[in-house]
Design a protein around this ligand. Structure first.
Ligand SMILES: NC(=O)c1ccc[n+]([C@@H]2O[C@H](COP(=O)([O-])OP(=O)(O)OC[C@H]3O[C@@H](n4cnc5c(N)ncnc54)[C@H](OP(=O)(O)O)[C@@H]3O)[C@@H](O)[C@H]2O)c1
Length: 286
């Protein structure tokens, strides 16, 4: 039987261990990782994937683009797709730092808990891959979205990146410390904490008495958690009158989603899985 080969093209120097494991768990027979991949050097790698198998077997070769930088991942994914022509293509997925699968799963759980349209959402520390995708998905659901960063220029660059890619317009907010972040969420209905691993963004007192807040999600699973007073395992748990989702609470769906997407890559030779497709799948699975 033709082996299912997943080529992991990572924009970081070393290919991700996480994405390698989930590649196998999603059904690949072999996961072959390349680090330091750029639009300039990806051509020969794509050619190797598209020119080696006939029409009936091509679906068993697939490409996954990952790495810690969303902009670099997006550029690389575009370069991969640009190299395809006619039937000379394989299925491909973009998930830099778990961006699409993590944001997709978490926003799908928020949307399952309550309607998001018309709500004010603040993505705290939303300048990383997960925050950028979360901001886009929340806005696509009809929420009015803001992105915070410790540095104004980074918040503005993040908003522009989301606007350029998704046509939505998140508001950039500079919020350097606890007080500034508490002020940023004052009138918010939804708080999405997308800060780096092990970084606390809010203490319990900054949100527990805020009666506007209806929904909170925190993606950081490593203590101290992003939102103090939230447990990582919370899954639509009610706390202080708000519905709360912790990183592990969303992590189960994220992993199931990531594996399901890998499986889908091998069903056809022309699947393209990016934010929109992965979010649609997340909503179906939530
Ligand atoms: N549950 C899951 O399965 C899963 C999967 C993937 C990722 N995650 C988690 O999701 C979160 C977001 O991931 P990511 O890759 O998008 O994050 P990231 O790029 O590592 O960090 C996001 C942002 O956090 C801010 N930040 C960094 N250090 C900070 C500090 N000391 N104080 C305040 N802000 C700080 C930075 O924003 P500024 O510099 O602009 O302020 C950074 O852009 C992480 O906690 C990650 O572990 C969870």
């Amino acid at each position: 039987m033709t082996k299912k080969l997943l080529f992991l093209l990572d924009t970081d120097p070393a290919p991700s261990v996480f994405d390698t494991v989930v590649g196998y768990d999603g059904g690949a027979d072999h996961v072959i990782g390349y680090g330091g991949v750029t639009p300039a050097n990806v051509g020969a790698l794509v050619d190797g994937a598209i020119f080696t198998r006939g029409p009936a077997e091509k679906q068993f070769t697939a490409i996954f683009v990952g790495g810690g930088n969303m902009a670099a991942g997006e550029e690389l994914f575009e370069a991969v797709k640009k190299r395809f022509f006619g039937n000379f293509r394989v299925s491909a997925m973009l998930d830099s730092n778990g961006s699409n699968t993590t944001a997709g799963a978490t926003v799908a759980l928020l949307a399952k808990a309550k309607p998001l349209a018309g709500k004010k959402a603040v993505v705290l520390a939303g300048t990383g891959p997960v925050g950028l995708r979360a901001a886009a998905l929340l806005a696509k659901e009809g929420a009015e979205v803001a992105i915070t960063s410790r540095v104004r220029q980074r918040a503005e660059a993040a908003s522009k990146a989301v606007k350029d890619r998704f046509g939505v317009n998140p508001k950039p907010i500079e919020a350097f410390d606890y007080e500034a972040r508490a002020a940023a969420i004052k009138g918010a209905h939804i708080v999405f904490a997308a800060g780096a691993i092990g970084v606390q963004l809010l203490e319990p007192k900054h949100w527990q008495d805020n009666s506007n807040i209806e929904l909170i999600a925190d993606c950081n699973a490593q203590p101290p958690l992003g939102v103090g007073g939230v447990e990582a395992t919370d899954k639509a748990k009610e706390r202080h009158g708000k519905i709360v989702i912790g990183a592990l609470g969303a992590g189960g769906l994220k992993l199931k989603l990531h594996r399901a997407c890998i499986g889908q890559l091998f069903e056809r030779a022309d699947r393209v899985l990016d934010a929109e497709e992965i979010y649609a799948q997340a909503k179906a699975m939530a």
